[in-house]
Design a protein around this ligand. Structure first.
Ligand code: CS2
Ligand code: MG
Length: 412
């Protein structure tokens, strides 16, 4: 089972995606996601120039060996570009292995540990009425767990607030209701942590009052607070029983979480910008987090994500894999298979891709009563329509960034 073709497919149906497509000499096709939001073409170059030539003629059955070869032979380890490239190879090889065996990948990972994966959606609103409407809309869409992001008085444009509180009705032309926007330059947003900290607890109080104690609620701090600010927020939100507080401080300084942990029992999730097992090692060992937020796409694929989850299991730390629309349907499927198989699954983020994306990628997964399932097609269960993909060439798009009122650049 040798790899005879390795193509890097770049397409921008509702947003940019980079997909590695491997074909074996017996005609099996494997797909892997290599999308790095806002920096997509760097991974394309890494794959086309440095990885594809190494893959042709190699044995597609050797997933772990290929992973170790790509990781160790580069000498320059880690980093989002390298790890997204390796991730796409790892996923494509799992896809091929599943197809060769005639089984969905979750069967190869040990079989299903549950019937389906609880998913959360992104509700947001500039004010309370808009936010309530968005939460109701997500409940109508089938979500049983909700992330809550809200406008802050005095700030005009901030992270996580969709331009429409009912994004699924915004039409196929939207940029997948994610913050990245097509255009030559990144958009500038504003930020003020004191206003945010004053405002947020009242929002959660109102949401709990309106929607009751049962609904799991999540919130993303998007790396914006200092350790002591994050500690204060976690404490202030305790009465509202959050499922998690995500990225409360910038993820580079892991010691910050020790300060946060000393002050609050609000569960913490971190890791969407991490790209190796090593980034989680201390956080897991010291029990500074409750949920692993990595995405298979930015983490080197299914194989290393499995390893970090097995380590996390020893500390009762669970998964909360990153699932915005910048993870392609292929990367999303990869983590659904893993989430179904591991014992320590927690929750799965699920933003829905746009209609054009779903024409390019035919997905085998289902979403029923708030729960996702990867489906039972052999492999990952996603097919790529290469002709359809070719209709949507790459478009420059950047994530926004933040400035404080005095002009200082802040974490976005
Ligand atoms: C995020 C993302 O889903 C999340 O929790 O923080 O929306 C993130 O901003 C994007 O993936 C960046 O590409
Ligand atoms: Mg996040």
């Amino acid at each position: 089972m040798k790899i005879v073709t390795a193509d890097v497919v770049v397409t921008s149906p509702n947003r940019n995606f980079v997909t590695l497509r491997l074909v074996t000499d017996d005609g099996l096709v494997g797909l892997g996601d290599a999308t790095l939001n806002g920096r997509e073409l760097s991974v394309v170059a890494y794959l086309r120039e440095h990885v594809v030539p190494l893959l042709i003629g190699t044995d597609a059955a050797r997933i772990e060996d290929t992973w170790q070869f790509l990781y160790r032979s580069a000498y320059w380890r880690r980093g989002p570009v390298t790890m997204a490239a390796i991730a796409s190879v790892d996923m494509a090889l799992w896809d091929i292995k599943g197809k060769a065996a005639g089984m969905p990948v979750y069967q190869l990972l040990g079989g299903a540990s549950r019937k389906g994966l609880m998913a959360y959606g992104h509700a947001s609103g500039a004010d309370l009425p808009e936010l309530f409407d968005s939460i109701r809309h997500h409940q109508e869409l089938g979500y049983r767990s909700i992330r809550v992001q809200t406008g802050v008085p005095g700030l005009t444009k901030i992270y996580g607030i969709a331009s429409q509180s009912r994004p699924a009705e915004a039409g196929a032309e939207r940029y997948d209701h994610e913050p990245a926007q097509r255009g030559a330059l990144p958009a500038e947003e504003d930020w003020d942590t004191r206003s945010y900290l004053r405002h947020l607890p009242g929002v959660f109080e109102a949401v709990r009052h309106e929607f009751g104690p049962d609904l799991p609620l999540l919130h993303d701090g998007h790396h914006r607070m200092t350790p002591v600010q994050a500690a204060r927020l976690g404490k202030a939100l305790e009465p509202y029983d959050l499922f998690w507080l995500e990225d409360c401080t910038p993820a580079e300084n892991q010691e910050a979480l020790r300060v946060v942990r000393q002050h609050t029992t609000t569960p913490l999730a971190i890791g969407e910008v991490f790209n190796t097992v090593w980034d989680f090692q201390g956080l897991i060992r010291e029990q500074l987090i409750d949920y692993v937020r990595a995405a298979s796409t930015h983490f080197g694929g299914i194989s290393p994500l499995r390893k970090v989850m097995d380590y996390a299991a020893q500390y009762q730390i669970r998964s909360g894999f990153h699932g915005p629309t910048d993870i392609s349907p292929v990367g999303f499927a990869a983590q659904l298979h893993l989430g179904l198989a591991i014992h320590n699954f927690g929750i799965q983020e699920y933003m829905q891709h746009g209609e054009r994306t779903n024409r390019v990628f035919d997905q085998g997964m289902t979403f029923v009563d708030g729960h996702l399932h990867p489906g039972d097609r052999p492999g990952l269960g996603v097919e790529l329509d290469v002709d359809e993909a070719g209709k949507f060439p790459y478009e420059t798009a950047y994530l926004p960034y933040n400035r404080l009122a005095d002009g200082t650049v802040h974490d976005w």
